[in-house]
Design a protein around this ligand. Structure first.
Ligand code: AKG
Length: 301
């Protein structure tokens, strides 16, 4: 569903001003949005998965390990598809606290695409270079939204999400490097337009929730603090928006309608979108690519 049709539907959670801000800027921050009771359940579930990761020696389809990971001190970049590893995550992602919020920006019929939990363990965990998300999971239109939840909050020194305000209205940039690797990073020569006064760093207390348009240019700095910065990142779309490719982070829940009803017709946006590699051959997470050199325009590193 395109934005002008979304606007015809009544709001559930957001004010009109908040929805307008999201459409204008390509992101929205809701301080302390997720209720404490949910945060407690999410923390318990996360702690169970962190415990399970103690037995993992090498990154796999679920756990992406950080340098220094050990059975004594689990250090994770990411838990892929946490909703398939612990029921609390799926309960949360399908609860109105999330689906009503998604409906406010994608329309009343909401489809789940994928999710990940970026743990960013701390003491120097890598960040993310400037990138756009939609080329990794292109859809027939640009309705997909990532709803990020900072489970424990996020300070400036913990590698917050950093966005280029309004960049969702601009072009999509290539996510391939000069050698044809899909590195999910904009090449330095494509970033000349990015000025400091366009950049917002998204911090907040526990439960602070961040909506990101699927085209917005964003990244994040390393987490230099001693504490981890868990960020839960489910992605939803309008029910009438269809993925062109399999998801890089697969789940049996991909395509589930989590609010409202399934669509009989697809919505199309004619703006072009670069296609990712064939993920059936395996997905190489961003950390598997070489670190950038000092000449790159960095948020992420
Ligand atoms: O976890 C982060 O700091 C950034 C995540 C991100 O940009 C992404 O997953 O697209």
């Amino acid at each position: 569903m395109k934005a002008h049709d979304v606007l015809k539907h009544p709001l559930n959670v957001l004010t009109r001003e908040q929805r307008d801000l999201f459409l204008q800027n390509g992101f929205l921050v809701l301080p302390d949005y997720v209720p404490q009771a949910w945060l407690t359940r999410l923390r318990d579930a996360m702690s169970t998965l962190l415990d399970r990761s103690r037995a993992v020696r090498e990154s796999d389809a679920i756990y992406v390990l950080e340098e220094g990971h050990s059975p004594q001190t689990p250090r994770l970049h990411r838990i892929s598809s946490p909703q398939d590893q612990h029921p609390v995550f799926w309960d949360f992602m399908t609860d109105p606290v999330m689906t009503d919020l998604a409906a406010d920006v994608v329309g009343p019929d909401v489809k789940f695409h994928h999710a990940k939990l970026n743990v960013k363990s701390g003491k120097g965990s890598q960040g993310f270079g400037w990138h756009q998300d939609i080329p990794a999971w292109p859809h027939t239109d640009f309705s997909p939204v990532t709803i990020g939840v900072y489970i424990d909050g996020c300070r400036d020194d913990q590698g917050p999400l950093t966005v280029a305000r309004g960049s969702h209205e601009g072009p999509l940039f290539s996510m391939y490097d000069g050698e044809g690797n899909f590195v999910v990073k904009i090449r330095p020569q494509d970033l000349g337009w990015l000025k400091d006064d366009m950049i917002d760093s998204l911090t907040g207390g526990p439960g602070t929730t961040v909506l990101l348009n699927c085209r917005i240019v964003h990244g994040s700095a390393p987490n230099r603090a001693p504490e981890a910065r868990p960020l839960l990142l489910p992605v939803y779309s309008s029910a009438d928006s269809f993925a062109y490719t399999p998801s890089p982070i697969p789940s049996p829940h991909q395509g589930d309608i989590v609010r409202g009803k399934a669509a009989r017709f697809a919505s199309f946006d004619t703006r072009p979108v670069e296609m990712p590699p064939d993920w059936r051959g395996g997905y190489k997470p961003v950390w598997a690519h070489k670190k950038p050199d000092a000449t790159e325009r960095a948020v992420g590193y």
